[in-house]
Design a protein around this ligand. Structure first.
Ligand code: FAD
Length: 321
């Protein structure tokens, strides 16, 4: 049986641009079939790795008959670890579960890392998480991490066999390969590109082996970002992330949620689409053109965000890989 490999190992032995994708756990109450339907067709393209996102619990306020509000905790998309394990053992997929700072104390993070290590998970994407929908700013747990760098440091310490309890004897080191997020168009909260780049450099110095970018629709943004990273001394692989546009409302939602620009040519073409079927097709064509140009520039991998449905990513993979 083929061994699960670290992302960096996969990249270092690759002779061409590799294919990878990200999936979301389905909404609570839905069947694993949703994952199977999205994943199975893409497995024929031998993905280098498959990411599984993590979704923190949210707070909702339900009105009571007496006019007061009741605070309710909901986790809409649980199941990251279960899905990662299922993909490993059903498809032998090289999984990359996401692990976030939000909602975790350091102790809970350590326990989650121990579970993932016992499962045989080799790769993690270490990210902070966004502010909860009911909050304006990201808030760490009292004993949790405020930024992804602290999470990277904790994982890296565990890789050296350093657990939170320093008195632990004969502790086993883990062997996680750590990826982190990077933002070609700057993270929304960062005062400027330079400061964002400095924090990215610190995440790499703390132990991250590679970077996966936020989605972008103009390849020049990625090329410029790679150039800035290299000039700043960031030497690790920088994996471009692409998300094919699939509905007209993405025109507003993507810039608003992810703080990215859409090129004017794409906006004009989207506005000409008669319906969302035409938008989905245009999204596929745009992503194919982006992918071909990225491959021509020898990017290590192209990472596709499926958002749960993969028919469009399948068409792109058929045209490109
Ligand atoms: P950080 O690296 O902590 O950066 C956040 C901000 O703080 C940046 O502006 C940075 O410049 C600044 N900063 C960093 N370090 C410091 C420091 N030491 N001091 C001061 N400022 C600092 N979200 C989820 O909830 N679940 C997911 O599964 C998920 N997957 C993602 C996958 C990818 C590839 C990407 C790009 C994003 C993903 N996100 C996910 C979204 C992510 O959580 C948000 O973008 C979040 O706002 C920032 O995460 P980060 O890891 O980049 O944070």
């Amino acid at each position: 049986m083929q061994e699960f490999k670290s992302v960096t190992e996969k990249l270092s032995t690759a002779t061409k641009t590799l294919f990878s994708f990200e999936i979301l756990p389905p909404l609570k109450g839905q069947h694993f079939e949703h994952i199977q339907q999205a994943v199975e067709p893409l497995m024929t393209f031998d993905p280098a790795f498959v990411n599984v996102t993590y979704h923190q619990e949210e707070f909702e306020y339900k009105p009571l008959p007496n006019g007061l509000l009741k605070k309710k905790t909901v986790r809409k998309r649980p199941g990251t670890v279960g899905i990662a394990a299922a993909l490993m053992y059903r498809y032998h997929a090289n999984v990359v579960p996401h692990i976030i700072c939000g909602g975790f104390t350091r102790e809970e993070t350590e326990n989650a890392l121990i579970d993932l290590h016992f499962l045989g998970v080799k790769n993690l994407l270490a990210i902070r998480g966004d502010a909860q929908a009911s909050m304006k700013y990201f808030q760490a747990e009292p004993e949790g991490h405020s930024n992804a760098i602290d999470l990277v440091k904790q994982i890296n310490a565990l890789n050296q066999g350093q657990y939170l309890d320093e008195e632990l004897l004969n502790s086993t080191p883990t062997d996680f390969c750590i990826g982190v997020a990077g933002y070609p168009e700057k993270h929304a909260e960062s005062p400027n590109l330079q400061s964002d780049l400095q924090h990215l450099k610190e995440k790499v110095a703390a132990g991250a082996g590679y970077i996966v970018t936020q989605m972008f629709y103009d390849n020049q943004k990625y090329f410029d970002f790679v150039k800035r990273c290299r000039a700043a001394g960031i030497a690790v692989p920088i994996i471009p992330g692409l998300k094919p546009i699939s509905v007209l409302s993405h025109l507003q939602i993507l810039p608003q949620s992810f703080h990215i620009d859409l090129p004017e040519a794409l906006v004009k073409d989207l506005k000409k689409c008669a319906d969302n079927k035409a938008v989905r097709q245009l999204g596929v064509e745009w992503a194919i053109a982006q992918s071909k140009e990225l491959i021509a520039q020898n990017v290590p991998v192209i990472h596709y965000y499926t958002m749960g449905r993969s028919d469009n990513v399948l068409k792109i993979a058929q045209a490109v890989f």
